[in-house]
Design a protein around this ligand. Structure first.
Ligand SMILES: Cc1ncc(COP(=O)(O)O)c(C=O)c1O
Length: 382
């Protein structure tokens, strides 16, 4: 598969900025930003906003996300955040007292707090899978923790701290064999790493859009497997009811919810400013192709990993192609953050790790600047 050439011209990134922090927050594509500006300004002329507009953009964007993950539009709800998606999913999970809920150590708080709330509500037991020893794999230790007493497993595709890729097909097989529910947070992978939804067949999958989906903050997506689409939504919204398109009949208060995952949409999901941004970004991702994005970012991080290894950096084993998380045996000193910021080199420092997450806008100059600044920091440590 041919690698995608540098796409920096599609973004508003000044030449002096080396941005390697997509795992924190992606920049917007210029055309997504323009779509957002136009969307925001629609509210300046509300008389031009018709009833159909509360539905058409939502449907378009829902359909785009569904295409991206290989689902049907009716399997996808529009949510504001991962925590909202988690709360929706967990509100519909059945757990008996004493059963276990399995999570990974240091998983993102939106998952952990939701699991803790469920544990408290159902008198279940939380099992936190400890970080594996250096060189061992998260998937193996996760599989070992899933047994006949497991009601629910919550896992990412890529661990947000160390970038390790979890073998979700193996995890899903184990879940199925013991009858456990599987909820995925793919915020750190959807858009940059292919996922075989049919093979994994998760019960729920949630992803925020402001990272690898190149989308806006406060828009996310919740995939709900068809077998759970009769569940209860988190809110009592009006737009998720049968016949909501007919504004003259809203006060009939029809209790019937949409027959599919649309019933889980958040209130005011028809966000005229943000949905066009999400739509423009996902359209671009579909044009590039997630396979090609993964391969291209894999080449970028492999080249960086090799250059940083010469400076002593150790990358996580089994890492995802788009996600480089490194440790330096002697550390990089407290001043590394200020040094990198002063040089306009943007990465995330998480514990003893440096998370370097590029996208198609990064070029050779960015890589050179990153390596130069880290070399200086390493030199000051010895
Ligand atoms: C793995 C993961 N999940 C979720 C989020 C965001 O969660 P929320 O949308 O609940 O703020 C992040 C943000 O860093 C993340 O890394």
């Amino acid at each position: 598969m041919p690698l995608i050439p540098c796409q920096r011209a599609l973004f508003d990134i000044p030449p002096g900025v080396a941005y390697f922090d997509c795992a924190k927050m992606s920049p917007l594509l210029n055309r997504a930003a323009a779509a957002g500006e136009a969307g925001l300004l629609r509210k300046a002329h509300p008389w031009e906003i018709k009833a159909a507009h509360f539905f058409d953009e939502s449907e378009r964007v829902r359909g785009l996300f569904a295409r991206l993950i290989g689902a049907a539009a009716g399997d996808v709800a529009i949510v504001p955040s991962v925590s909202y998606g988690m709360a929706t999913a967990m509100g519909n999970v059945r757990v008996a007292a004493g059963q276990t809920i399995v999570t990974l150590a240091e998983d993102f708080p939106s998952t952990i707090y939701a699991c803790r709330a469920l544990v408290a509500r159902e008198e279940a037991r939380l099992v936190t899978v400890a970080r594996p020893a250096e060189g061992e794999d998260w998937t193996e230790v996760l599989l070992d923790a899933i047994d006949g007493g497991t009601a629910l497993v919550c896992a990412p595709h890529v661990h947000w701290v160390c970038g390790t890729r979890i073998d979700l097909e193996a995890v899903a097989r184990r879940c199925r064999s013991v009858g456990a529910t599987l909820i995925l947070d793919t915020t750190q992978s959807t858009g940059a790493l292919p996922l075989d939804l049919q093979a994994i067949d998760p019960d729920y999958l949630v992803a925020a859009s402001y990272k690898w989906l190149l989308g806006p903050y406060s828009v996310g997506f919740l995939y709900v497997a068809p077998r759970h689409q009769q569940g209860r939504p988190l809110e009592e919204a009006w737009i998720t009811r049968a016949g909501a398109e007919d504004f003259r009949r809203l006060t009939r208060y029809d209790e019937a919810l949409e027959p599919d995952a649309r019933r889980f949409d958040m209130g005011e999901r028809s966000n005229f400013a943000l949905l066009p941004v999400a739509g423009a970004a996902i359209s671009q991702l579909l044009d590039w192709g997630v396979d090609s994005i993964a391969e291209t970012l894999g080449a970028t991080t492999a080249a960086l990993e090799a250059r940083l290894a010469e400076l002593g950096a150790e990358a996580s084993p089994s890492r995802a192609p788009h996600y480089l998380s490194v440790r330096f045996p002697h550390g990089l000193g407290d001043e590394v953050e200020a040094r990198l910021a002063a040089a306009e080199v943007h990465v995330s420092l998480r514990g003893d790790r440096m998370r370097i997450t590029p996208h198609l806008y990064n070029d050779e100059q960015d890589a050179d600047r990153l390596v130069r600044e880290i070399r200086e920091s390493v030199a000051q440590q010895v």
